[in-house]
Each structure stands twice: as structure tokens, then as C-alpha cells.
Design a binder for this molecule. Structure first.
Ligand code: TXA
Ligand code: MG
Length: 503
């Protein structure tokens, strides 16, 4: 499979788009970035080359000197660079329109220069700004323009020709960019196909900058269960949810501690996973019943594109069967999982090659759960001391080692005989059944894992069912065994663990 090597670009107006338009700027102290500028550009930085184009009529009018403009440009570029956003080049024009300045017509020289120098894909590129000439500029090179209502946008709105894309602010403009570019360019490609598979509940192996992941729609418990089935892991392991932008976090976590926010600003997209309190809507099978969820924004463009096109967060462990090393090429995945996945996206060898660093924000502050792609020193340089190792020196991922306070409070009994548990009416007893209930027994509450006796469906329902029963204040939960084949092994592992802890 081949991907076009040409890269799309975004040409960004400076004043009124990235920073407030405060007249003729001479000193960095006068520069005020809009609140959403940096976060918005971060969403683009690995997929688009970014350029600043700025019209400085102050030069033509003799109010500004070239040095003034260059000083401000440099300050903007440096500030963005510190935030992880690289500007490939800055172009400015004295913008003397009645003398036919070169920036717009007939050939906007700097855009074409950039296109040649950086091998740009102009039809997939955008120009964003708060003047109608920013939109015209785009039209003249076959790119797309987005008019912003920040800066002078409101004032110039009436000058716009019909049919122009208008956005309230940068964040909205970037939403438009990602929506337009994604579907129009990639719907028919492999990434689009992979996204369709994910939307329909399938599983796809895809590259990230760390290792290849095996992904499913994080909000589809059945699809997530299939990941465990394919990995043949004899126990459940909480999965990392992959998202494409920080705002997706709202769907997944309850809150973001300020130190976590700092790490996000500094390291996302990139090989850092944060473990944060989960929203109830996140299926329990994703977190293996834990109240915290692991989440990250990968930086691999194919991973980002896949998440964006699938239009859902993607839960993914590394794409290896139980007991194997994490795969760092598509070939590894083919050898290890081959026909068992619906599609393998090939993005070449992974750049980082080790899994992401995992930092948890549970009680007691930040904790390093797994060393990985981002060194601990770098993390500590942003948020200070981080405790190393899982709680009580237990490794959360290791079978049998889930911290005890995450286990159900109600005793669970696994090996039982009907005559032992005859309900005398004094105790409140619940049943966790596999697929059918014995009519001779009475229970205060029954949860059936899968009416049709399907292990995948049972796995998908397991954690939520246990949690529902646990929330009822019962004296005892009786659990039925399931056949120990396929996902049945992982279900039984979990039930044994829950029963030994609870009972
Ligand atoms: O680089 C990576 O992180 C790769 C790529 C595909 O993103 N993914 C990866 O996933 O290595 P996996 O499933 O092989 O390892 C994820 C680990 C789990 O084993 C567990 O230790 C930890 O993340 N984890 C996930 N959810 C957690 C949670 N809710 N609480 C604590 N630890 C969690
Ligand atoms: Mg793994």
C-alpha cells in the first residue's frame, strides 16, 4: 500500500488569527496569543506543514520597519516551537494592494515557493485568516480557504463571496480541516476502510509511534472482547484508549488534574499514557473493571487519521498474542496474528519501538506504572517528583495483582452446589449466570452474561454485571462457571480472583 509523499499545508494568517490584532506590533511584549491557538495547532502538527503568512501594510505605509515585523514573527515562531508546534516558514508581504502587491494575485509567489520547496499537496492544503484575501489566496492556488470571525472577521464578513467556509475561531477551523481532509481524501484508501471496519465493530491492527496496536471502538464492549479473544490472553488486562485530540478526553475521563494537564500540553501527541478517573460511559471491559482508564494521543499520522475517520476513541493493546513481544512492524503482526484481525495497516517500522510511558493519577499523586517512550526524567522536569511503581508495589497488569480495593465488596462464591446455598430468605443473594438459570433456585437479583451462551458476549458484559450486582448491597453473589475455552479462560481467571478476594 502506498501513501502520497506530498504533504498538505496550512497557511496561517498571523494577526487576528494566531494572535490578537493590536495594530502595528513592534515588541514581543505586545503579542497576545488567542486562547485556542496552541492547542488547535497541536492537533495538526504531525499531519500538516504549518506556515505563517502575514500581510504587514505598516511597512508600505512607513509605520513599521522590516526588523519590527521580523522580531514579532520570530517571537511567534519561538513561542510555538516551545509548545511543540513547528512553523516551517514565515512569509510576509508589505501588502500595498493598489500597487499590485504580490501576495494574492495572480500568482501568490510565496505559497508556490513553499509548495515547490516542501513538496506540498495544495488541493489538500488550507489558508486560514480573518480577511477575505486569505480565502482568495487559497482559491488562487487550488487550496481551500477558511474565514475566521476572530480579529477583523466580523467586520469583513460582508465582503465574503458566497460558499466560503466560516469558522468562529481556530478550534472550529481545525475541526473543519480535519473533517474535510479526512473523508474526502482517505475514504476510499486503506485507512478509510480500516475506519469503516472499526465503526462496524471489527478489529484492526495499526501502527503507532511506539508499537503496533490492535484496535476496536472503545465504546463497543463486544468488539473489545474480540481483542482479548484474538490475543488469547488467559486474563483480562486493562487497555489504553487512543484518542486524536485533547478535547476527546471529555468523553472518557471525569477530570484532569493540573499536573496531568501539564504532561498533556508537553507530550501529546506522543508516547505517554495517562491513567485518570474514568467516566461511567467507558465500558468496564476496557478497564478490566478498574475505576481508572488509560488514555493517550499517539503521534503516528496513520493512527491519528484512523481515529479521526472512525470517529470514535480506539481501545488498543499491543498487537501481539499473549506471551509474545510487542510488534514494531506490520510483518510481525502478520506473522503473529495473521488472519485473525480484519485488517492490518502498514505504516513501516515504529519510530520509538518501545511502549508508551504510563503515569497514573490516582490517590497520592502521579505514579509511574510503566517506563516507556518518554523518560522519567523528562516527566519529572515538567511535574516534579513522580512515585515509581504501582500501588503497594503491585503491578496492575500482572494477573492476580489488581489492587484489592478495586475488587467487588460483596463476597462472590464460585464453586457451589444448589443444596449449599438454598436461599432461606434471610440472606440477600444474587446470581451471576452464564446463559441460563436453574428454575429451582430463587435469587434477589440475576445477571445473565449471555443468553445465547456466547463467550465473547459474556466477556463483554462481565465487569458491568459484577459491578451492578455489587452495587445492590447483597450478602452474597453466586457465580456460575463458564467453559474454559477461548475467552472463557479469562472470564474464569477473573471470577476466581474476585471470589478469592471477596470470599
Ligand atoms: O505504546 C503503547 O502504549 C502501546 C500502543 C499500541 O499504544 N500499547 C500498549 O498497550 O502497550 P498494552 O495493552 O500492551 O499495555 C497497556 C498497559 C496494561 O498492561 C496496563 O499495565 C496499563 O497499560 N493500563 C491500562 N489501563 C490501565 C488502568 N486503567 N490502570 C492501570 N494500568 C492500566
Ligand atoms: Mg502489550
Amino acid at each position: 500500500m502506498t501513501f502520497s509523499s506530498r504533504r498538505p499545508a496550512i497557511f496561517l494568517d498571523r494577526d487576528g488569527t494566531l494572535i490578537e490584532d493590536r495594530g502595528y506590533l513592534r515588541h514581543p511584549s505586545e503579542v497576545v496569543f488567542y486562547r485556542d491557538t496552541i492547542d488547535s495547532l497541536r492537533r495538526l502538527k504531525d499531519r500538516y506543514l504549518l506556515f505563517i503568512v502575514t500581510n504587514q501594510s505598516g511597512i508600505g505605509l512607513g509605520i513599521l520597519k522590516h526588523e519590527d515585523v521580523e522580531r514579532i514573527n520570530q517571537f511567534v515562531v519561538d513561542t510555538l516551537a516551545r509548545e511543540g508546534v513547528t512553523i516551517s516558514a514565515v512569509y510576509y508581504c508589505p501588502h500595498i494592494r493598489d500597487q499590485g502587491c504580490e501576495c494574492i494575485k495572480p500568482t501568490p509567489y510565496f505559497v508556490l515557493k513553499a509548495a515547490r520547496e516542501f513538496d506540498l499537496d495544495l488541493p489538500r492544503s488550507f489558508s486560514i485568516g480573518d480577511h477575505s484575501h486569505d480565502v482568495e489566496l487559497a482559491k488562487n492556488v487550488g487550496a481551500q480557504g477558511i474565514f475566521l470571525l476572530t480579529g477583523h472577521g466580523q467586520k469583513h464578513l460582508h465582503e465574503l463571496p458566497p460558499g466560503v467556509l466560516v469558522a468562529e475561531n481556530m478550534e472550529e477551523a481545525i475541526d473543519i480541516v480535519l473533517k474535510r481532509d479526512g473523508p474526502s481524501q482517505k475514504k476510499t484508501g486503506f485507512i478509510g476502510k480500516a475506519a469503516e471496519i472499526i465503526k462496524r465493530g471489527g478489529i484492526v491492527a495499526f501502527p503507532t509511534e511506539t508499537v503496533y496496536g490492535l484496535g476496536a471502538d472503545a465504546f463497543n464492549p463486544l468488539a473489545v472482547a474480540r481483542i482479548f479473544e484474538v490475543k488469547k490472553r488467559p486474563s483480562f488486562d486493562p487497555l489504553i484508549i487512543h484518542i486524536a485530540r485533547p478535547s476527546d478526553l471529555e468523553k472518557i475521563v471525569l477530570n484532569i488534574p493540573s499536573k496531568a494537564k501539564k504532561l498533556i500540553d508537553r507530550f501529546w501527541p506522543g508516547p505517554l499514557t495517562l491513567v485518570l478517573p474514568k467516566r461511567q460511559e467507558v465500558p468496564d471491559i476496557v478497564t478490566a473493571g478498574l475505576p481508572m482508564v488509560a488514555v493517550r494521543i499517539p503521534s503516528h499520522p496513520i493512527a491519528l487519521e484512523l481515529i479521526e475517520l472512525a470517529d470514535c476513541p480506539i481501545a488498543a493493546p499491543s498487537a501481539n498474542p499473549f506471551g509474545y513481544l510487542s510488534p514494531t512492524t506490520a510483518q510481525h503482526v502478520r506473522e503473529q496474528l495473521g488472519d485473525e484481525v480484519d485488517l492490518i495497516l502498514d505504516g513501516g517500522p515504529c519510530e520509538v519501538g518501545v511502549e508508551s510511558t504510563i503515569v497514573s493519577f490516582g490517590e497520592g499523586g502521579p505514579r509511574l506504572l510503566r517506563p516507556g517512550g518518554i523518560p522519567l526524567e523528562e516527566i519529572e522536569s515538567v511535574i516534579g517528583k513522580v512515585v515509581v511503581g504501582a500501588m503497594n508495589n503491585e503491578k496492575v497488569s500482572a494477573p492476580g495483582m489488581l489492587p484489592k480495593h478495586y475488587a467487588p465488596r460483596t463476597p462472590i462464591l464460585l464453586d457451589w452446589r444448589e443444596e449449599d446455598v438454598a436461599n432461606d430468605g434471610k440472606r440477600k443473594v444474587g446470581l451471576l449466570a452464564f446463559h441460563q438459570i436453574s428454575p429451582s433456585l430463587k435469587f434477589n437479583q440475576v445477571e445473565i452474561l449471555s443468553e445465547r451462551g456466547d463467550l465473547r458476549e459474556a466477556a463483554a458484559n462481565l465487569f458491568s454485571a459484577i459491578q451492578r450486582l455489587d452495587g445492590l448491597g447483597l450478602d452474597l453473589i453466586l457465580a456460575e462457571s463458564v467453559p474454559e475455552v477461548g475467552l472463557g479462560r479469562a472470564i474464569m481467571d477473573r471470577l476466581r480472583r474476585a471470589s478469592s478476594i471477596g470470599g
